[in-house]
Design a protein around this ligand. Structure first.
Ligand SMILES: CCCCCCCCCCCCC/C=C/C(=O)SCCNC(=O)CCNC(=O)[C@H](O)C(C)(C)COP(=O)(O)OP(=O)(O)OC[C@H]1O[C@@H](n2cnc3c(N)ncnc32)[C@H](O)[C@@H]1OP(=O)(O)O
Length: 232
């Protein structure tokens, strides 16, 4: 599940518990509910930080739940698309404070934020599809293309299923900053959020500019005709 805390104009969405924070309908609906609350409660210039408890930020889709049926895979994909679309249209800056492993759909969830801060002592960013004989959904890659500039870096991430530590992710331009611990990562995210809020932007104008800046990503997220042909 997840919790939502408000500190001044900073919203902190935390994936709770010591588990892998696998993205299944229960967790995805909980995130969607929190994002709806943020839209209702935000007043003035605000920011969102998404983080997690334990050694995982999110270990990706809950394949154990979904493998039994195509319908379940499609539902999981559809709900994650909704979460990502809500993040991409949220009227405030968004920051992922990656305090643990982020795999495949969990990595994509982190990439759906405007900023990505990561702990350097533990945790990988890991597009694991090749290792688990699944095919990367096109929309996952469209997000990766928008966030990671170098083709060689994207090839390393997708075509070698690299387990990126924070120092690798920083060198490859995947993350904005690396920090010595989970607590340091959240502290840095709070500092970044405060500095962005201080600019006093109109959140709806911010969201409209992000829609221009990431228009191809939003198109891909909304285009459900591009579902992957992964093996279940
Ligand atoms: C036909 C259907 C059509 C339908 C249409 C819609 C379909 C849509 C679906 C399509 C699906 C495709 C997309 C898929 C999306 C998904 O999300 S699928 C699920 C993806 N998830 C996974 O694959 C899980 C991957 N995770 C793992 O393999 C592991 O959990 C892990 C991330 C590698 C972590 O493993 P674990 O052993 O738990 O790790 P640790 O014990 O924490 O660490 C291992 C060792 O590494 C050391 N370490 C960790 N971090 C660091 C660091 N930053 N620096 C240095 N060292 C580090 C750690 O200390 C450990 O070392 P030892 O202690 O020495 O072992």
């Amino acid at each position: 599940m997840c919790t939502l805390e408000k500190r001044g104009n900073i919203f902190i969405l935390t994936l709770t518990g010591e588990g892998e924070h696998r993205l299944n309908p229960t967790l995805l609906e909980s995130i969607l509910s929190s994002l709806r609350r943020i839209r209702q409660e935000a007043t003035g210039s605000s920011a969102l930080i998404t983080t997690a408890h334990g050694k995982f930020f999110s270990n990706g889709y809950d394949l154990a739940w979904a493998r039994s049926s195509r319908e379940r895979m499609i539902l999981m994909d559809s709900l994650l698309r909704s979460v990502v679309n809500d993040l991409l249209t949220l009227p405030m800056p968004t920051i992922a404070a990656v305090t643990g492993h982020a795999s495949a759909a969990g990595f994509t969830l982190a990439l759906a934020h405007d900023y990505l801060l990561m702990r350097s002592d533990r945790g990988f960013l890991y597009m694991s599809e090749l290792d688990i004989s699944l095919v990367l959904p096109v929309w996952f890659h469209v997000i990766l293309e928008a966030k990671v500039a170098m083709p060689a870096a994207r090839r390393h991430i997708v075509m070698t299923a690299a387990k990126l530590k924070a120092e690798d992710a920083l060198r490859l331009g995947v993350i904005d900053s690396a920090h010595s611990s989970a607590d340091e990562t959240v502290e840095a995210a709070l500092d970044l959020a405060a500095s962005l809020i201080k600019r006093g932007w109109d959140g709806h104008v911010y969201a409209q500019n992000r829609k221009v800046f990431l228009r191809r990503v939003i198109q891909a997220v909304e285009d459900t005709s591009q579902t992957s042909t992964s093996r279940l």
